[in-house]
Design a protein around this ligand. Structure first.
Ligand code: GLN
Length: 387
């Protein structure tokens, strides 16, 4: 007799990023779907990692992370967000942002708790909430008072906050839309959460990629919010190394203690030579993070210019390495069908926007990753323009 298999995630299928990347490989297509750069991490960084690989840093690191890396993260946080965090008790190095998000959610959410996410929402949040026994409430982002699309709709957030709300998850700079926090958003959020029992989980993996002279407004910069927050980031995005899967979680002492209870049994610790290499590099090359926005802004501008005079409509992305493209004047097909069709037909893979949304989606928008060399971007848009 075989045990009965009852899925804990019956509504979850293979993530769109795997589906589209696999299809792109099968078709030999240009892969602008899953977000990863076509260029390498800085050589000075890989040199430091190679050094530690051959100089004895090959056993378990301390469970919260190598002290030197936590200190480097603390210094970066003070420099960029003017927040002093204690590297011993308030920073944990984790296996990519994915683990940071997962461990935060498991540490906080109990069966029956409600968790608010904003649609379009990154796809790892809801399954993690479900596994913790929580219920996800989806609040759509909307055109805000500042005229930008995909901002928090404060009234809808207020309407969805209940006595059961245990966690609110925000993600600015935002994947997939490139939206960013507006000036007073953090204060408004603090005011709304002030008399609730809700924690905040802030996914800030694109913290160093913000365009047009804007800057990243981290939850860490707000005294009131930070007290109830887990802030998660990823070195994968910052150092062109998505395959390294190293990130970190910053949270006040009491929250970090709970976070580590989960982290130590989810993964225990993270690759030791990588952590030492990152620590060295962060300390000796602080400018890299500061120059990343300019680097990606040039990519964004190149990508957007290639569409000029075409029937595709674009609002230049404000952050991240993704650009949303509206194909409504080219086709009225559903985005999920079209992303696959164009991968096969013209060899350009993208991500349909609807997969990030709970409500029925009528938009005609695809997400393209522009973290690629210019020639690849040029070829991809030339193909799109033949449609
Ligand atoms: N975050 C990446 C993206 O948005 C994909 C990560 C993954 O493949 N799981 O494209």
């Amino acid at each position: 007799m075989r045990p009965t298999l009852t899925s804990k995630l019956p509504d979850v299928s293979t993530t769109i990023f795997t589906v589209m990347s696999q299809l792109a490989t099968e078709c030999g297509a240009i892969n602008l779907s899953q977000g990863f750069p076509s260029f390498d991490p800085p050589e000075a960084l890989t040199d430091r990692i190679s050094y530690h690989l051959t100089h004895g840093a090959n056993q378990y690191s301390p469970m919260p992370g190598v002290p030197g890396l936590r200190q480097a993260i603390a210094r970066k946080t003070q420099r960029t967000q003017h927040r002093i965090v204690d590297p011993d008790d308030e920073i944990t190095v984790c296996t990519g942002a994915t683990e940071g998000l997962f461990s935060s959610i498991q540490a906080i959410v109990r069966p029956g708790d409600e968790v608010i996410v904003f649609d379009p929402a990154y796809d790892s949040y809801e399954p993690a909430v479900t596994l913790a026994g929580g219920v996800t409430r989806h609040v759509p982002l909307a055109i805000g008072a500042n005229g930008h699309d995909f901002e928090i709709d404060w009234q809808q957030l207020r309407d969805n906050l209940t006595t059961k709300t245990r966690l609110v998850i925000v993600n600015f700079p935002h994947n997939p839309t490139g939206a960013i926090f507006a000036n007073d958003d953090l204060d408004r959020l603090a005011e709304l959460l002030r008399n609730t029992d809700a924690y905040l989980l802030s996914d800030e993996v694109y913290e160093h990629i913000v365009f047009d002279g804007e800057h990243h407004r981290s939850v860490l910069s707000n005294e009131e919010l930070w007290r109830r927050s887990f802030v998660v980031s990823s070195f994968g995005k910052t150092f062109h190394a998505t395959g390294w899967k190293i990130g970190y979680c910053i949270a006040p002492r009491e929250l970090t203690a709970e976070f580590r209870k989960v982290h130590q049994f989810t993964t225990f610790s993270v690759s030791t030579p990588m952590q030492h290499g990152l620590a060295d590099y962060l300390e000796s090359n602080p400018a890299f993070c500061e120059q990343l926005s300019d680097f990606y802004q040039q990519k964004r501008d190149h990508f957007c210019t290639l569409f000029e005079g075409s029937r595709f409509r674009l609002q230049p992305s404000r952050s991240t390495f993704f650009q949303i493209v509206d194909y409504g004047d080219v086709s009225d097909a559903l985005d999920v069908d079209l992303a696959k069709q164009w991968t096969r037909q013209i060899g350009v893979a993208s991500i349909p926007m609807s997969v990030f949304c709970e409500r029925p989606f009528t938009g005609t928008r695809l997400r393209f990753c522009f973290a690629k060399d210019d020639a690849t971007l040029t070829e991809a848009v030339e193909r799109l323009r033949t449609l």
